[in-house]
Ligand binder design. Structure first.
Ligand code: FEO
Ligand code: CA
Ligand code: CA
Ligand code: CA
Length: 676
């Protein structure tokens, strides 16, 4: 194993630096937990006596002592383990990458990687070349944005595709030479570095290798930024709370912010979640008391440190309080029509949307699974009223693009099945919140539920989760997988453990390459596996288990679906999930606390290797791994390198990463890894 440096930081929020906490989510974990409802915590469901003894007292537990998971039906196992096109990534396809702190992308022997696009790359025909010393908002609006997250592909031919990449947030300390720009110019440039990029990509002679198409020919290339025009659609569009002085009809919004994970729909569009939108709003004065209940539930305290109201008063919660209601949605964009106006879907509710992923139920309904990424917030699903039309015609596509405007929004309640079986598992129900015409929450209209989704959900008794991040249906076995990334408060008196959130506070456990440390809360996260009852995704009952309890395999509480712990890669803080064509789960991590860089991991979910977590790549120093995407032919692994070098105290002149080593400063970007 590569020798490891001591941990550089060890705050209460994973291994994240102070800067990441500030810029990425506005110190979300330093704020009071916004969910003050009395709803049960996933950690308060009953922890079985065996697990309780082992977890809370830290007593040793042998590998496999937790008998999690269930029997695998032979046909499912066969489907999941079939070899579609050995990715070159078949089960013997790579030797896992060992934990390391290199300032580079590390891939297995026999593989290599290319940068597909990086911060500042011109993507619009005529865009100026990137010059870090001469940045302007106008140039940024034509160049690849900062801190990429979700990566999606819509194929146009076997060797051509259009890619969407989210740009979640900016880190002004690393982007701008100290003193070179005035404060307001920095804000305007930062706004243009948010949003997303759409780029055409083409395959190379090595079939695993992709690159950006020449921008002079790439007519679909597009930048969406913090000021691009959006349309609000669905039942809440036009609601008085969505009206502002600039938009008296409440239907047109400028920009999308903090776009985190996303999804690619079966009808060839992209979805993206507006996550920590609250941090972009500040206040000049006192917030009208009429808004404080809602604002507090969304962390809209006006304490945002970006100061954007200085360049655009709509970011002032006092001057324009309704503007904040116009963020926190799932957006949909049609990558095949560069003139189309992207939309914000009010039917999918308003929260700190991590993302949204669509599964087509056997009945034909489109089902969107969604996580609200906050400590103690909930998992949701939406079921469309209308049916997906699988025909590849323009009219079918247009109809499909309306599927997310009408249907039913649900929130999840988990129940542990008790302490006898030694398994973190149980059952659950989807509690309906509203349809597009009828609310099920007493005292709440349809628009009330959709605009103040968190407050509405609080009233119906869902389960508080440990930061539900990406959640997605496995196309092979039909189960749903959700990354519960961590929760520094789990186990505190206000947020006790339970069966679905079983890891308690103040546990002493080993760190890779470091001494024993005492950590609070659920530090390494879980992968939750949900199985919808019946052969469909439209029902209201499910069963669940914890597929992975992440961490150092040497730590007694970790669990890898029963797979021998000595044979898995350490994994911490799962964030994004994806599947390859064989149904294997791929997990990217954010904030790993085990002492090595974040990475991308593959794990089979069925068959004899169920739970065998293997690290496929690690990211540059202090980066997080986002947007994993495995190509249909399994020859290419795309991933986003977010915030390389974002360490406490780093500045433009004092960088801790220079990846991808084209400049003296880091340039977050998307890579493709392939067999060389
Ligand atoms: Fe942007 Fe929840 O990660
Ligand atoms: Ca149990
Ligand atoms: Ca994420
Ligand atoms: Ca995250």
């Amino acid at each position: 194993m590569t020798s490891l440096l001591p941990l550089l930081t060890s705050g209460p929020h994973g291994s994240r630096s102070h800067l990441t906490c500030q810029f990425k989510c506005g110190f979300a974990c330093d704020q009071p937990v916004p969910n003050t409802s009395a709803n049960e915590e996933i950690g308060t469901l009953v922890v079985n006596a065996l697990a309780r003894r082992s977890l809370i007292k830290g007593s040793a537990m042998g590998a496999g002592a937790l008998v999690l998971g269930g029997l695998v039906s032979p046909n499912v196992a066969a489907a999941a383990t079939r070899s579609i096109n050995p990715l070159n990534l078949g089960s013997a396809g790579f030797v896992p990458v060992a934990p390391n702190v290199r300032d580079n992308v590390s891939v297995p022997t026999g593989y290599t990687y290319d940068v597909v696009a990086k911060w500042g790359d011109p993507i619009i025909k005529g865009a100026p070349a990137f010059d870090v010393h001469n940045q302007t908002p106008e140039a940024a609006a034509q160049q690849f944005g900062y801190n990429c997250d979700y990566v999606g592909l819509v194929y146009r031919a076997d060797d051509r595709a259009v890619m969407m990449v989210d740009h979640e947030y900016t880190d002004e300390n690393l982007m701008f030479p100290t003193g070179a720009y005035d404060a307001d110019t920095i804000k305007r440039i930062a706004i243009q570095n948010h949003g997303l990029s759409i780029i055409e990509v083409e395959r190379q002679s090595n079939k695993g290798r992709w690159r950006m198409r020449d921008i002079s020919a790439a007519k679909l290339n597009r930048r969406i930024t913090g000021t691009s025009r959006f349309e609000l659609v669905g039942p809440a569009a036009g609601d008085p709370r969505l009206r502002t002085s600039a938009d008296p009809l409440g239907r047109r919004v400028l920009g999308t912010l903090n776009n985190c994970a996303g999804g690619t729909t079966p009808w060839g569009t992209f979805l993206s979640g507006e996550e920590n939108f609250n941090q972009y709003f500040d206040k000049n004065g006192t917030i009208d008391a009429a808004y404080t209940t809602s604002f507090n539930r969304y962390g809209l305290t006006g304490s945002g440190s970006r100061g954007w109201s200085a360049v655009d008063p709509r970011f002032d919660l006092v001057a324009e309080p309704h503007e904040a209601f116009r963020f926190g949605w799932v957006i949909e964009i049609d990558p095949l029509d560069p003139e189309s106006t992207p939309r914000k879907h009010t039917m999918l509710g308003r929260m700190k949307h991590e993302g949204a992923n669509i599964t087509i139920a056997s009945s034909g309904h489109a089902v969107a699974y969604m996580g609200d990424d906050e400590r103690g917030d909930y998992i949701y699903k939406f079921v469309s009223a209308d049916l997906f039309d699988p025909r590849e015609t323009q009219s079918a596509r247009r109809r499909n693009m309306e599927l997310l405007t009408k249907g039913t929004l649900y929130v999840a309640k988990f129940t542990g099945d008790g302490s006898e079986d030694g398994v973190y598992d149980g059952s659950g129900i989807w509690i309906p919140l509203t349809t597009d015409t009828e609310s099920f929450v007493p005292g709440y209209s349809v628009a009330d539920v959709l605009i103040n989704t968190r407050l509405a959900a609080d009233l119906v008794g869902p389960t508080k989760m440990d930061r539900p991040e990406d959640i997605e249906g496995n196309p092979i076995n039909g189960k749903i997988y959700c990354a519960l990334t961590n929760n520094s408060n789990r186990g505190n008196s206000a947020m006790p453990v339970n069966e679905p959130n079983p890891i308690s506070s103040s546990m002493t456990r080993p760190q890779l390459g470091a001494a024993l440390v005492t950590q609070s809360g659920n530090r390494n996260g879980y992968i939750l596996e949900m199985t919808e009852d019946g052969d469909d995704h439209t029902g209201t009952t499910f069963t669940w288990d914890l597929f992975l309890v992440c961490g150092d395999p040497a730590a007694p509480e970790t669990y890898f679906a029963g797979y021998p712990k000595e044979l898995v890669s350490p994994i911490s803080c799962p964030d994004n999930v994806a599947f390859d064509a064989a149904g294997n789960l791929w997990i990217s991590t954010d904030g790993a606390v085990l002492g090595g860089n974040d990475g991308l991991y593959r794990v089979p979910v069925e068959g004899p290797e169920r739970g065998k977590v293997e690290c496929f790549l690690t990211v540059p120093f202090a980066a997080e791994c986002c947007g994993p995407l495995i190509s249909q032919d399994q020859k290419s692994v795309f991933a986003a390198m977010q915030h390389p070098g974002e360490t406490t105290g780093a500045t433009f002149e004092n960088q801790t990463s220079t990846w991808p080593h084209t400049d003296a400063f880091p340039r977050p970007g998307v890579i493709v890894a392939y067999k060389s």
